[in-house]
Design a protein around this ligand. Structure first.
Ligand code: GLU
Length: 380
């Protein structure tokens, strides 16, 4: 079902569409014309069997317009209050626009912490799958009102990339106020052009592309490409295009050359679990290992055994994600620990045959099993 080419997108049934604040709102509030046009386009496509989930920004911008807050620099608590004010009208605009075609919109507000916790993460997947079964359109935004600053999503582009495996979408469409990704910054270079295809997006190339857009939401072109990179690692293509192009979603799904198409990675794609470990989870602690263990992990694809552990920090339970670092602090992998911090303290340096004696129960041999580990070079 996933497609590696523009034409292959025609076969994609489920689509995740991310729409940014700059296209959804004006200074006077929500741009209902844009919302209605996009919902018309999606509704007609749903009539023909496509499924959509949306990641939408615009709550804070709409809250600003309602409360006539003009100043750019406002406190986090004020932003959170404005999100609480704006989210209702944002949702009503989608609900009304889809209802004209007999479709139902469903609100999902999530925080970074919800995705960080593997149980809650998987639970969101179940909810989404029930919504698709009912034929509803999940409309997702960050739960800005309760999100704590240090652990907010950087922006809704990142939220889309993290939620993608949960939506089980076959293609990611990022709609913005630009025609696509520019070869360089069009504000500085007259000869900047739209790049129609990026065959292999590498993290180190992301900063080289240009951003021609305005700033209202949080993300720029770099974060859109970062989201596209994470999607590509899952084997999912991304199209970045302008929300102002008439019937933009249908054109993309017909395989037309609209916006920028970022190819999915063909080989060595990540499983959903590895994607979560590498891009979503935040490690609860660090396990420092010796050079021998690092060589086993990096060179021979082995698990991490207690004998290779030299230090441990943080506070984690069995099953929590931990970062595996070398003595000089270089991160080499992330994985799910089979032990809690205090158990690792007791068994570090010990050989496999000593473990059950030290812990006084029949335990696993590995601190982190290879199947629950992702090596850093596989993500960045
Ligand atoms: N969640 C924010 C809002 O709805 C937008 C975040 C972003 O611009 O990426 O207003």
């Amino acid at each position: 079902m996933r497609s590696g080419t523009r034409a292959g997108i025609r076969k994609c049934r489920r689509v995740l569409v991310k729409i940014g604040s700059q296209v959804l709102t004006t200074e006077r509030g929500l741009n209902n014309r844009v919302i209605e046009r996009l919902c018309d386009d999606m509704s007609l496509l749903m009539d023909r069997g496509r499924e959509f989930a949306l990641v939408t920004s615009g709550a804070i911008a709409e809250g600003r317009a309602i409360m006539r807050v003009k100043e750019a620099d406002i406190s986090l608590s004020k932003k959170q209050a404005l999100a609480a004010i704006g989210q209702g009208s944002l949702m009503r605009a989608y609900t009304d626009a889809f209802r004209r075609y007999g479709y139902t919109a469903a609100q999902i507000l999530i925080t970074r912490e919800d995705l960080d916790n593997r149980r809650r993460y998987l639970n969101i997947r179940n909810t989404l799958s029930s919504l698709f079964e009912m034929g509803a359109v999940p409309i997702i935004n960050e739960n800005d009102t309760v999100a704590v600053e240090e652990i907010q999503f950087t922006d809704n582009d990142m939220l889309s990339a993290m939620i993608l495996p949960l939506v089980e979408a076959h293609v990611l469409v990022i709609l913005t106020d630009m025609e696509g990704v520019y070869s360089k910054d069009p504000k500085i270079h007259d000869d900047a052009e739209i790049v129609h295809e990026i065959a292999e997006l590498r993290p180190k190339d992301i900063r080289g592309y240009g951003d021609g857009g305005n700033r209202l939401g949080r993300g720029g072109i770099a974060s859109k490409l970062e989201a596209a990179y994470r999607a590509s690692m899952l084997g999912v293509p991304t199209v970045i295009a302008s929300a102002y192009t008439p019937q933009v979603i249908s054109s993309i799904l017909e395989g037309s050359q609209v916006g920028t198409f970022i190819h999915p990675k063909k080989k060595a794609q990540l499983t959903q679990k590895d994607h979560w470990l590498g891009f979503v989870s935040r490690p609860k602690g660090k396990v420092v290992i010796d050079d021998g263990a690092a060589a086993m992990i990096l060179g021979r694809g082995k698990s991490l055994l207690p004998v290779g552990v030299v230090d441990v920090s943080g506070s984690f339970k069995a099953g929590d994600p931990v970062e595996i670092v070398k003595r000089d602090g270089t991160p080499i992998a992330v994985g799910l620990s089979n032990f809690a911090t205090e158990e690792v303290v007791k068994i570090m340096g010990a050989s496999t045959s000593e473990l059950s004696m030290i812990l006084r129960y029949d335990c696993d041999d590995e601190v982190v099993h290879r199947n629950n580990m992702i090596v850093r070079k596989e993500t960045f």
